[in-house]
Design a protein. Structure first.
Length: 447
């Protein structure tokens, strides 16, 4: 195991500050209706806020019932349209179709009313004490399911069932599919491709462990339960054989330490990028791991910070997603698949964090880091892009340029004369106003 402080580099991306939020926020970055992504924020007062671009005020708001603990965006109704899903601790499931109303401005063009208040288009009560949520295809049928983790170590899967067609708003209900009982607290839910390419539902477990939850309802007989009371019936009887617990290594961990995971980490567009997906885990005591399949550890890193959030983000633009972990004190780690570490420090303590693509500037999505501080402010660090993760030698970078050799020859410098090349680079960097000519090779090596 390697300490991140030994090899890391520090970065400073650009920042935007958004309007103050209320209490205990949850964040998600996703596209609602356009190709440009929005930022959706929910809090324990029941308020949903949607931000667009670099405007510090909410673009849309929506009031829900109860203390929101889970916020997500996805095609939960399988209609080809993203909806905002908000679930409260009291068990209220809300669907919000945040299509803004239009108003004519003075020029006769349609204009969105900034901060427009909306209401959920659907509400249903499900079992209470919700904690985390996932909207994804978990059984490989091409349709999205809703998975919710609870504070009592239970995970439930639901599916939307339509009761009508042709209406503007969803008409149907959530149907319970399955209930799993875990040994430890659930802090994260994720999906990653299995060895055969079939989705595997993963749930984090304390002590840097995780479990694979088997989706066996396609093998069950009988109609699914529809009412809330039936959700507690026989179809939800937890089966131990449907929970496959995995420890990530033989090292003895604090069995009670909080653990988060993120799955389906992309490793580029190469032919060998298929097969089993990569996934990462982090713990509150500072352990970070990248895994392939159940028992293949790619790397492990130990840091001196309490990690409470884990994301994935392509910061180099090569199609390979890096692992992003955030600590309570604002220290953020970006680690690639080769264990190269880049660090970023936020100036305040952090209570919520997410990373993803957000259209903050220039009318396009860019990699962003989003933080909510204990001062109830949202900070968006945008255009978080690096040319490369690993450190390199300047001369090696120049040698890769096609015009490099010719320019040296025009300046009368032999490309094979390394001291002369270093002197020329030093003069160009630190004394650009002086004539470009060979100086004594005793000058300090710029690399």
């Amino acid at each position: 195991m390697q300490s991140a402080s030994e090899t890391s580099t520090t970065i400073r991306p650009r920042k935007e500050e958004l309007e103050v939020v209320q209490q205990d926020p949850m964040l998600t970055l996703f596209s609602l209706h356009l190709k440009l992504n929005e930022l959706v924020v929910g809090d324990t007062s029941g308020k949903l806020l949607v931000y667009k671009n670099d405007d510090s005020r909410p673009w849309l708001t929506c009031s829900c019932q109860g203390m929101l603990t889970c916020v997500g965006v996805g095609d939960v109704c399988n209609k080809g349209k993203n909806l905002v899903v908000a679930v409260s601790a009291e068990g209220w499931f809300h669907l919000c179709d945040l299509t803004p109303a239009k108003a004519l401005d003075t020029s006769g063009h349609h204009e969105t009313l900034m901060g427009e208040e909306q209401r959920p288009v659907f509400k249903q009560h499900i079992p209470a004490n919700t904690k985390v949520m996932l909207i994804s295809d978990i059984d490989g049928d091409g349709c999205c399911e809703l998975v919710i983790g609870y504070t009592d170590r239970v995970v439930r899967a639901f599916r939307w069932e339509d009761l009508g067609e042709g209406t503007e708003h969803p008409t149907g209900q959530l149907v319970s599919l399955k209930k799993w009982m875990l040994e430890g607290q659930v802090d994260s839910l994720s999906v990653t491709p299995g060895p055969l390419g079939v989705p595997e539902l993963m749930v984090s477990q304390p002590g840097c462990a995780y479990a694979i939850l088997l989706c066996t309802w396609n093998k069950d007989t009988g109609p699914p339960a529809t009412s809330e009371g039936a959700m507690e019936g026989s179809r939800e009887t937890p089966a131990a054989r449907d929970v496959m617990l995995h420890q990530t290594s033989g090292r003895i961990h604090n069995k009670n330490v909080s653990t988060h995971l993120i799955g389906n980490i992309k490793r580029g567009h190469t032919p060998d990028s298929g097969g089993s997906g990569l996934f990462a885990l982090c713990t509150l005591d500072g352990t970070l791991k990248l895994m392939e399949e159940a028992d293949k550890l790619l790397w492990s890193v130990q840091v001196d910070h309490q990690l409470f959030a884990l994301e994935k983000l392509d910061v180099t633009g090569n199609g390979i997603e890096e692992v992003v972990a955030c600590a309570w004190d604002g220290q953020t780690y970006i680690i690639d698949h080769n264990r190269t570490v880049v660090r970023f420090q936020v100036d305040e303590n952090v209570r919520a964090f997410c990373a993803g693509l957000y259209a903050c500037k220039e009318g396009r999505n860019s990699p962003c880091l989003v933080y909510v501080t204990f001062n109830q402010k949202i900070y968006v660090y945008w255009e978080v892009q690096l040319e490369r993760m690993e450190s390199t030698n300047l001369l090696k970078v120049l040698e890769a340029e096609p015009d490099y050799q010719g320019l040296l020859q025009e300046l009368g410098v032999d490309p094979d004369d390394l001291p002369a090349v270093r002197t020329l680079v030093h003069r160009s960097l630190y004394h650009p106003d002086q004539p470009l000519q060979c100086a004594p090779a005793s000058l300090q090596d710029p690399t």
